[in-house]
Design a binder for this molecule. Structure first.
Ligand code: ZN
Length: 156
């Protein structure tokens, strides 16, 4: 008897996430499997859909479009700001990440370009606009406890 993945299941998976170029972006390899409460928006929607109905021991691959992952990249979240905004930072270079105060509270921004006194920052999620390619192994499926359901997340 093995449980199928559905709402209120606690699921443990091993996964490797690659981008379109086949580059590994993230992986649970060498770590504990990722455990999550299914149906509680703890995973990107596209991956939850792929996991639905699977059971422990199953392996699969899935390619998830941006709309079902971290969304499309929003050009309004890309801004040019003055270097003076980065007080205390000696050298500003593309790829650097900063925490900035935005309208929705603190947000992570990444420097994408530096031209003279002008710095371009991108507040989109780093995976926004990207198709995600997953290799997944379902390690374990169990029923959530009442407390886990109440909290909306898995307890360790
Ligand atoms: Zn809790």
């Amino acid at each position: 008897m093995s449980l199928m993945i559905g709402k209120n299941a606690v699921v443990s998976i091993h996964y490797t996430l690659k981008n379109d170029d086949g580059q590994v972006m993230d992986s649970s390899e060498g770590r504990d499997p990722l455990s999550y409460l299914h149906g509680a928006n703890n995973l990107i929607p596209g991956l939850e859909k792929e996991l639905e109905g699977k059971s422990a021991g199953q392996n699969f691959t899935a390619s998830i479009d941006p709309a079902e992952a971290y969304g499309e990249s929003n050009p309004e979240l890309v801004q040019k700001i003055s270097k003076e905004m980065f007080q205390g930072v000696e050298q500003i270079e593309p790829g650097m990440a900063f925490t900035a105060q935005g309208p929705q509270g603190q947000q992570q921004v990444v420097v994408t370009a530096v031209e003279g006194d002008e710095v371009t920052v991108d507040a989109n999620h780093p995976m926004a606009g990207k198709t995600l390619h997953f290799d997944v192994e379902v390690v374990d499926v169990r029923d959530a406890t009442d407390e886990e359901l109440e909290h909306g997340h898995v307890h360790g």
